[in-house]
Design a binder for this molecule. Structure first.
Ligand SMILES: *Cc1c(COP(=O)(O)O)cnc(C)c1O
Length: 372
């Protein structure tokens, strides 16, 4: 079966993990801080806070920004449920900003309208979580300038977008956000099996996330060499050093990974029959990491038929995403109209895109779709 996405693990990756397994510290050593330094350097951000997955990073980000009961958090409906759940963990309520029907990215026009309305109704959000769907950055400068008018914070959910550029700068530099988070789940751009990182240029936010990632506990050697104290109710969201070693090794290969993904995207773009399907709109402000290769079918019937036809021929595709407001957990607590998300959802399908996809598989998938 050809999957829609999977990890690429080299012998060097394996060796780097084994090396840490032989060391004294398999967790809470110096490999995690090294990974944090290297990733923040790559993205040109000041601080990096690694955690056990990106969902934890999103939760820590919301907590650091003070999200609490009574607050409202807005995100995109076209995302994985974690982008909304992080606000629920803080007892906040969640609402959704509609997306562009041709890219799946948060619509600046919809955001502008929603902010104006919320300002009038006195129900502005505390935080907006923008999602860089498929690896393409949202228009962060526009989103930031709108949000700043109303003192709304911004988190970037860049789970898909490590290695992407926005206005020629790496996503993750937090030029137009408070915090930007990445995921290292196996299908994402680089992997630590499970893992995530929050980047920020704000020391207070970074310190707060570090504290909450480690039970809210700090050492205080001024009192005694063994002394520690719990200042807040935190969590154990730490990333083990073993996995950080894998992350460092993977990060070294990110350039190569990006190149291969661009190559696959180029092949699809040049060879897929574009009379049958439409590709995602790519904005000129952004260079996608090509985490997902998403095609848009005519309607939900043709999407289901293509899904079933490919599955019968050994190709597993996936729908990214069912709008979060349709989930049973959410559907009774949110009300609204998201015509962009509705249309996008009926048409969207992610076809195979992963670093180790060989030419033969790429041609097989392309021919199957063209013959469908
Ligand atoms: C994968 C993903 C997450 C969650 O990442 P984990 O590391 O699995 O917790 C959050 N948001 C988006 C958009 C994702 O794709």
């Amino acid at each position: 079966m050809i999957p829609y996405g999977r990890q690429s693990i080299s012998q060097k990756d394996i060796d780097s993990v084994v090396e840490v397994m032989h060391s004294d510290m398999i967790t809470q050593g110096n490999v995690v801080p090294d990974f944090e330094k290297k990733l923040s350097l790559y993205c040109a951000a000041e601080y990096g806070v690694a955690s056990n997955n990106a969902t934890s990073s999103l939760h820590l980000s919301c907590l650091a920004l003070g999200v609490k009961k009574g607050d409202i958090v807005w995100t995109s409906p076209i995302t994985f449920v974690a982008s909304a759940n992080c606000a629920k963990y803080c007892q906040a309520s969640v609402d959704f900003v509609d997306v562009e029907e041709n890219s799946g990215l948060m619509s600046v026009a919809a955001l502008k309208k929603k902010l104006l309305h919320a300002h009038q109704e006195n129900c502005l959000p505390k935080v907006i979580i923008a999602v860089h769907f498929s690896g393409q950055s949202c228009d962060m400068e526009a989103i930031y300038s709108l949000a700043s008018k109303y003192d709304v914070h911004i988190i970037e959910d860049a789970s898909h977008a490590l290695g992407a550029l926005y206005k020629d700068k790496p996503v993750g530099g937090c030029q137009y956000s408070d915090i930007c988070i990445f995921s290292f789940h196996p299908v994402k751009m680089i992997t630590t099996a499970e893992g995530g990182m929050a980047l920020t240029n704000n020391k207070t936010l970074a310190d707060k996330m570090c504290l909450l990632r480690n039970h809210g506990v700090v050492a205080n050697s001024e009192i005694a060499p063994w002394y520690y104290e719990q200042q807040e109710l935190g969590f154990n969201y730490r990333m083990p050093d073993l996995l950080a070693a894998l992350g460092i090794s993977q990060l070294k290969q990110l350039g190569k990974f990006l190149e291969r993904r661009q190559g696959i995207a180029k092949f699809y773009t040049e060879n897929l029959d574009l009379n049958k399907l439409q590709l995602l709109h790519q904005h000129s402000h952004s260079k996608s990491s090509m985490h997902l290769f998403v095609v848009l079918l005519e309607n939900s019937e043709s999407r289901l038929k293509l899904y079933e036809y490919l599955l019968a021929n050994g190709v597993k595709t996936q729908v990214h995403y069912i709008p979060v407001y349709k989930q049973p957990y959410y559907k009774n607590s949110v009300r609204g109209d998201w015509p962009g998300a509705e249309l996008f959802y009926t048409r969207v399908l992610s076809i195979p895109m992963y670093v180790d996809m060989d030419q033969e598989n790429l041609e097989t998938v392309t021919n199957l779709i063209n013959n469908f």
